[in-house]
Write a protein that binds this ligand. Structure first.
Ligand code: NAI
Length: 687
């Protein structure tokens, strides 16, 4: 693709070749500046092409330089871009693979851009609580207009060159022969009798920028309003209507302020702990078993979602049910999914057909003989699961890995009915299983290291974030969520209405409030679990009866148009109605509580402290292996705001004395049987 010599037909080729993805570390930055200067000075050279590898033009900043002096060593990216812009000869970026963040900004510093149709371009900075800091906020509006530039930068998602064809960002998009197209354009520019044009020389209409900014602001959701990077991005794009240098100055100020923000620090922390979360402790180091055939038992909500995730990863899937009807329902759900994906243009019809072609649906247990991994997703009932595992044990191959998708049940009790408890583990998916990234990989007492390694590898294969957990009630996520939900119920008795709690927590950044979540999942699931646990509950425990009363009245949540809220055409009432308020007021009176309103801050702190307390308890029990794993679980599976980092990260930002005092008060109010994490446990959790 690229010429063998560095100068061909008077076009100098500057190759970016810093594996794996041309991160813009100091060596590559120097190479670009030195090569551009040399080519500019060389009378043989008429034009220059900057080209990357097939995989990457450049994926942006070199994260390994973060926090080291190398990050600030000159030439910095800005200097590299200035060298390109001040070159007297045309410089063309030839883009294949990815051009992300600083990589895209490098391309924006060139006089023109040519890309392979498959190349992906974008500015992911917003996902780390930042805005682009080397000119993209000023140049993208100049090239593609303020509205499109905002759309690109607010999502942070890359677009393909194909999608950007007519946007103004790319001068040419070609299906192949990138070098030929880029060098031809470079020569054309060199021979043209008009001056070289640079993105910085264009201007942005102030009214158009203002309109785009106010439209974007009007569309902000609560989560975008809560994060300073979103507003900063709007400010930077508004500044693109200023003269270029003034706009760049504004971008710099905004960028530097965000670098110091607690939100960006929390997002960097999340990025780091997510990367670490896949690593197993040395005691579990083992090779994964091979797998390409998976059986999913139970084709309900979870089973069909798991089957879709496995099919989309290219695995062979065997779906097994107890009745033809249930099997047909599950199979139909899977094919509806693929039809919808094709209709939405997310996958082409032939590909969808080939993925779906790997699905077999059966009632015959002997089909298990040919699979590598079995994932059980039948009803949440120990006796049912045990009977299913007896069947699995009778039919699965001796080297198969056997997983249960239980939410709460004891993995050991399930494994104990098989002749091979060492091959059993928990794989706790989240709903919808083909969408949610989190996967709790639960280690039973006897689970073998290679079985755990296979669970983690399968999770990665399904594009999930697998987190290792110990086998304890609710594992990591549901256990902490239960403590949080329980605390929110206490707050109802103490004086808050459901909408006060939900609003305070969505204002804090949660995707949804706990009572809106409860209505969505159906109150009857919790009700059934409460009934099952009634016999073992100590009557002295602080137990909130509100949910039970609502269920007794037939208010099961959204599915019955009434739960904590009332629903009309699928829309929740803004406040709870008199019936629900009556139930809540009665619960307060029965406990002898004089209701008084709770401030949003009180609600937020009580909810968070309940999480932190439970996190410290379970961490001391070894249910999580790393404190950071807890934050990965809460952010990825429970709508905890990523820009707060997670409950552990949040607790680390709080004054320790205050945390201890508030925990004392909270646990005392929680009543009989409540367990407070000791200061030593908190030390262990918070490091
Ligand atoms: P579901 O009721 O939608 O589906 C269960 C399916 O299992 C039904 O289609 C049923 O016919 C089938 N089944 C029952 N006994 C069977 C047997 N002996 N052999 C073969 N198939 C059998 O339930 P859902 O919601 O999919 O839950 C399944 C499991 O996943 C439960 O353990 C649940 O706790 C867990 N889970 C559920 C989540 C959710 O949000 N729904 C989230 C995470 C885990």
């Amino acid at each position: 693709m690229t010429p063998s010599s560095s100068i061909a037909s008077r076009v100098a080729c500057i190759e970016l070749n810093a594996p794996p993805v041309n991160s813009l570390g100091i060596a590559l930055r120097r190479h670009i500046v030195d090569s551009v200067r040399a080519a500019d000075a060389d009378p043989q050279v008429a034009a220059i092409v900057l080209i990357g590898t097939e995989k990457a033009f450049s994926a942006g900043a070199d994260v390994s330089e973060f926090g080291t002096p190398l990050q600030f060593e000159t030439p910095m990216l800005r200097d590299v871009i200035a060298a390109l812009e001040s070159c007297s000869k045309p410089v063309v970026a030839a883009i294949s693979g990815v051009a992300l963040g600083g990589g895209l900004e490098l391309a924006l510093g060139c006089h023109a851009r040519v890309a392979l149709a498959s190349a992906r371009l974008g500015t992911p900075e917003i996902q780390l609580g930042l805005i682009p800091g080397s000119g993209a906020t000023q140049k993208l509006p100049r090239l593609v207009g303020a509205e499109r530039a905002l759309a690109m930068m607010l999502t942070g998602q890359p677009l393909t060159a194909d999608e950007l064809t007519a946007s103004g960002l790319l001068d040419r998009v070609v299906p192949q022969d990138l070098w030929a197209a880029a060098s031809a354009l470079a020569l054309e520019l060199a021979q043209a009798d008009f001056p070289l044009s640079r993105a910085r020389d264009r201007s942005v209409n102030a009214d158009a920028a203002r309109a785009a900014v106010s439209e974007a602001l009007a569309r902000f959701n609560a989560r975008q309003r809560a994060q300073p990077a979103y507003q900063a991005l709007l400010d930077a794009v508004q500044a693109s209507a200023l003269p270029f240098d003034a706009g760049m100055q504004r971008e710099r100020e905004l960028f530097l302020a965000l670098m110091q923000s607690p939100e960006a620090a929390a997002l960097r922390y999340q990025f780091r702990v997510q990367r670490e979360s896949g690593k197993l402790p040395p005691s579990l180091s083992a090779e994964s078993r091979d797998f390409d055939r998976v059986a999913v038992i139970g084709a309900g909500t979870m089973g069909s979602g798991i089957a879709i995730a496995a099919l989309e990863a290219g695995l062979q899937v065997c779906l097994l049910e107890q009745s033809g009807e249930a099997l047909a329902r599950g199979s139909a759900r899977i094919s509806e999914h693929f039809v919808a994906r094709v209709k939405a243009g997310k996958v082409d019809a032939a590909k969808a057909e080939s993925l779906q072609g790997r699905l077999t649906a059966t009632l015959d247990w002997s089909a298990l003989q040919s699979v590598d991994v079995v994932i059980e997703a039948v009803f949440e009932d120990l006796a049912v699961k045990q009977s299913v595992f007896r069947q699995i044990d009778a039919h699965a191959r001796a080297d198969a890995v056997l997983a249960t998708n239980t939410s709460y049940l004891d993995i050991d009790a399930i494994a104990s009915v098989t002749s091979r408890p060492q091959d059993v583990l928990g794989l706790h998916f989240f709903s919808p299983a083909n969408v949610m990234k989190l996967l709790e990989v639960v280690q039973g007492r006897d689970s073998a290291p290679d079985v755990i390694a296979t669970g983690m590898a399968l999770g990665r294969e399904l594009k999930k974030t697998p987190i290792l957990c110990g086998n304890a009630f609710g594992f990591i996520g549901n256990r902490i969520y239960n403590a949080y939900r329980k605390q929110c119920e206490f707050m109802l008795e103490d004086g808050a209405w459901p909408e006060d709690v939900d609003r305070a927590l969505t204002d804090f950044g949660f995707a949804m409030g706990p009572f809106a979540v409860a209505d969505l999942s159906g109150l009857d699931i919790a009700w059934r679990m409460r009934q099952a646990g009634a016999a073992t509950r100590d009557p002295r425990e602080r137990y909130v009866h509100i949910l039970d009363r609502l269920c007794e009245m037939g208010r099961m949540g959204r599915k019955t148009q009434a739960g904590y809220y009332t629903y009309t055409d699928g829309k929740a009432s803004p406040a709870t109605d008199e019936v629900v308020r009556g139930v809540i007021a009665q619960a307060s009176a029965a406990r002898g509580i004089e209701r008084s309103p709770l401030s949003a801050e009180t609600i937020q702190r009580r909810a968070l402290l309940a999480m932190v307390n439970e996190a410290a308890l379970l961490f001391s029990e070894g249910v999580a292996h790393r404190a950071g794993d807890i934050d990965v679980v809460l952010v990825n599976g429970y709508g905890f705001p990523s820009w707060v980092g997670g409950p552990v990260h949040w607790a680390r930002t709080q004054p320790r004395d205050l945390l201890e005092q508030e925990l004392d008060r909270l646990v005392a109010a929680n009543g009989f049987g409540a367990v407070r994490a000791t200061p030593a446990m908190l030390d262990h959790l918070l490091g």
